[in-house]
Design a protein around this ligand. Structure first.
Ligand code: MGP
Ligand code: SAH
Length: 230
């Protein structure tokens, strides 16, 4: 099958490492330098936009998160350019990928095509908050906006800082669909608040916290909530 090969936004302004240093903001250069950690098949036509660069889950982490969803119906509620969606598509029974931004969904479809899993995903352009009452699935994956790359400027990241709704509200909405909820959160997130989410649920949920590293550096925290094992 002929594969679409477009140059990504950043590639269009980067022709050589020297030009890259001059023509891109340092914050995006940092992510571009990690491009093969984000997508091992980056050179095969992966597409990104600015938010995609700083938000995509590194592939090694997405593989681990997906392994917990083997054989399940997964709803990727904030799917972005598809870092998680691709890995869910490889191992789950089916994936519903939702993003409010149609450009992200276009990129996610392209990126799933690069990985040969595009036919295993149902894409929806829409607002997760509004779509929630109509969604059905075994596992809900939440990797919402953290408020941009400045999320780590506070010592402790509290759940009210999550977008588009605070973490308590997002969790409450998620629970109306399934108790099997996975959240990908900042490395400085308040762990006591996550425990609170689990204990305040009725019935209380079990919670497993995973610190996610790439190359020895912590990139984020994954919280696995479940009634029984996910
Ligand atoms: P980072 O801290 O901006 O980068 O994001 P890095 O390379 O760890 O910077 P360093 O200089 O501190 O070492 C780390 C990871 O967090 C990214 O690769 C994304 O997977 C994830 N991430 C970052 N942001 C801002 C978001 C976000 O808004 N939403 C989601 N879902 N993930 C994010
Ligand atoms: N896990 C993704 C990154 C998600 S970044 C990956 O690995 O690629 C968070 C995404 O949430 C952004 O793409 C943003 O467009 C989307 N988003 C923000 N508000 C939303 C909403 N109300 N409903 C659905 N998606 C939303």
């Amino acid at each position: 099958m002929a594969r679409k090969r477009k140059r990504s936004l950043l590639e269009q302004v980067i022709n050589s490492p020297a030009e890259k240093e001059e023509s891109t903001s340092p914050k995006l250069t940092k992510y571009w330098l990690q491009r093969y950690n984000l997508f091992s098949r980056y050179d095969e036509g992966i597409e990104m936009d600015e938010e995609g660069w700083y938000s995509v889950t590194p592939e090694e982490i997405a593989v681990k998160q997906a392994e917990r969803c083997r054989g399940k119906v997964v709803i990727d509620c904030f799917s972005g350019v598809g870092g998680n969606t691709i890995q869910f598509a490889k191992v789950s029974s089916s994936v519903i990928a939702i993003d409010i931004d149609p450009v992200k969904v276009e990129m996610a479809i392209n990126n799933a095509l690069v990985y040969g899993v595009d036919d295993r995903v149902d894409y929806v352009v829409g607002d997760f908050i509004h779509l929630a009452p109509s969604l059905k699935g075994d596992v809900l994956f939440l990797s919402p906006p953290w408020g941009g790359p400045m999320y780590n400027k506070v010592e402790t990241y509290t759940l009210d800082m999550l977008q588009p709704k605070d973490g308590y509200k997002l969790f409450q909405i998620a629970q109306t669909i399934t108790p099997n909820i996975i959240m990908f959160l900042p490395r400085n997130v308040d762990l006591a608040q996550l425990e609170e989410l689990a204990w305040l649920s009725s019935p209380p949920l079990t919670l497993e916290i995973e610190e996610n590293c790439v190359g020895g550096r912590i990139k984020g925290i994954t919280a696995y909530f479940s009634c029984s094992a996910v």
